[in-house]
Design a protein around this ligand. Structure first.
Ligand SMILES: *Cc1c(COP(=O)(O)O)cnc(C)c1O
Length: 248
């Protein structure tokens, strides 16, 4: 009985938080003259137990983001496949986890190096599937970030050549770009980072026609209204929906 009550409470909390997040997404989209339906909310459940995911499903969430392949695989198994859920890989992928990623995830946001493209393509082929993915770029030039360094615009033609190679694989499909801005104090500081990402997107649309480069996965709890104003088609939100994560 206690347990049921606790789950009900957590479903209620998630639902309340979710309503607020959705409201802010709609407001930001309207402010920018965008259709809010163009923005997909990905609920980030890294470090959260399966119970939280189950409560989120009860609260109506169907689309989840995870960072650690092995932990995610366990949770995905535990939740089961009866539900029509979408799982998005948003964290750095170690080579030896590429196969797990290819088996459990519907989409990859964090393709950050050529080797992983090769691995994902190979495993996807073995499984007879095509994995949609986003290329992670680092537009701010901050050293601690993953992804292709796109901070220097004069390097963009070279990046385009590399991305064309990724597009040439048959069992992965490039849909767009993802980035993580540096840790700022003010969400407004993310804006120039996202604008630069969008300029890169425009550039790639012009010179790499093998993809439509439609998707932009930008925005976390910290700055998603700014990201939506700047063209996000996917926002990745954890804390604002589930509260702070348990300490490692
Ligand atoms: C953890 C994480 C998020 C979500 O962050 P919150 O601040 O909890 O919203 C989004 N994207 C990536 C890549 C993450 O690792």
């Amino acid at each position: 009985m206690m347990r049921e009550e606790k789950i009900d409470q957590s479903v209620k909390n998630i639902r309340t938080n979710l309503e607020l997040v959705n409201k802010r997404i709609v407001e930001a989209a309207e402010k920018a003259g965008r259709d809010p339906d163009e923005v997909k909310l990905i609920a980030v459940t890294k470090m959260m137990p399966v119970e939280v995911i189950k409560a989120a499903i009860k609260a109506g969430i169907r689309c989840f983001g995870e960072n650690y392949a092995e932990q995610a695989a366990e949770k995905i198994e535990a939740v089961g496949t009866e539900m029509d859920l979408e799982w998005h890989m948003i964290g750095h992928i170690q080579s030896r986890k590429a196969e797990t990623v290819s088996r459990y995830f519907d989409m990859v946001h964090s393709l950050d190096r050529m080797k992983i493209a090769r691995y994902l393509d190979r495993y996807a082929k073995e499984q007879n599937r095509v994995i949609p993915l986003l290329i992670e770029v680092n537009v701010s030039g901050e050293a601690s970030k993953y992804g292709w360094d796109a901070s220097d615009e004069s390097s963009w033609p070279n990046l385009a050549d590399q991305f064309r190679q990724i597009c040439a694989y048959h069992n992965i499909e490039v849909r767009g770009l993802m980035t993580m801005p540096p840790l700022f104090d003010d969400p407004e500081d993310s804006r120039p980072v996202y604008r630069k990402l969008r300029r890169l997107q425009q550039f790639l649309k012009e010179v790499v026609s093998e993809s439509d480069w439609k998707e932009l996965s930008i925005g976390t709890s910290f700055d998603y209204p700014v990201a939506v104003e700047e063209g996000a088609t996917m926002v990745r939100i954890g804390t604002e929906i589930f509260g702070s994560r348990p300490a490692v």
